[in-house]
Design a protein around this ligand. Structure first.
Ligand code: HEM
Length: 169
């Protein structure tokens, strides 16, 4: 197959990768209100937490797709690694930001989501009324998720912007 065809295929799946990685912050944002509302049943929150953990898995697949197709695009467009700190420095910035997302995601944000899910499931298992200690734990987990998730969303937004300017005309 011609390099040009490969270029189209890699570009298409690069965009799919962006969609997959964005699905986590978008769905998290959509259900934020329900998670923060103290009147929302804890059992339903635990179900939502399971859903968010699944979205986290999908975002991870998105990151892998981005790396694989990104390397493919570097091949089809003849961009050597050395140009990342030369003419293609904007792409170099994209990779740097991407590395930050992966590192914070693995060390903190992903762990916060999984821990939050565990705490919610424990609270949901205590019966109709979770104890005040449990509710405090849930509150702490929510804080941990928003503190570690904020940089993820911020860096991702900047990465998408820089990447849009980094592409060759
Ligand atoms: C969150 C991470 C990423 C986002 C949001 C992103 C987004 C984008 C966007 C919007 C384009 C423009 C496509 C076009 O108009 O031609 C692009 C191109 C490209 N991306 Fe990514 N990308 C990401 C990660 C990566 C990674 C990890 C790699 C490499 C391993 C990579 C390599 C490339 C290459 C080589 C191009 C073509 C650049 C050019 O034509 O000059 N990207 N990316």
């Amino acid at each position: 197959m011609a390099t040009d065809s490969w270029d189209h295929i890699f570009l298409f799946f690069h965009m799919v990768g962006i969609g997959l990685i964005l699905s986590l912050p978008i769905s998290a944002h959509m259900i934020k209100g329900a998670m923060a509302n103290p009147k929302f049943p804890i059992r339903a929150k635990a179900r939502i937490a399971v859903f968010l953990t699944n979205m986290d898995e999908i975002a991870k697949i998105g990151a892998l797709v981005l790396i694989a197709t990104g390397i493919g695009l570097m091949w089809t467009r003849g961009i050597p690694v050395s140009r990342l700190w030369g003419g293609d420095w904007k792409l170099g910035v994209v990779l740097l930001l991407f590395a930050l997302i992966v590192i914070n995601g693995n060390l903190f944000a992903g762990r916060a989501i999984r821990q939050g899910r565990q705490v919610l499931e424990q609270a949901a298992a205590t019966g109709e009324r979770p104890t005040p200690e449990m509710l405090e734990k849930v509150q702490k987990a929510r804080q941990f998720i928003s503190i570690t998730g904020a940089p993820q969303i911020g860096i991702l937004a900047v990465t998408v912007l820089v990447a849009a300017f980094a592409a060759s005309p």
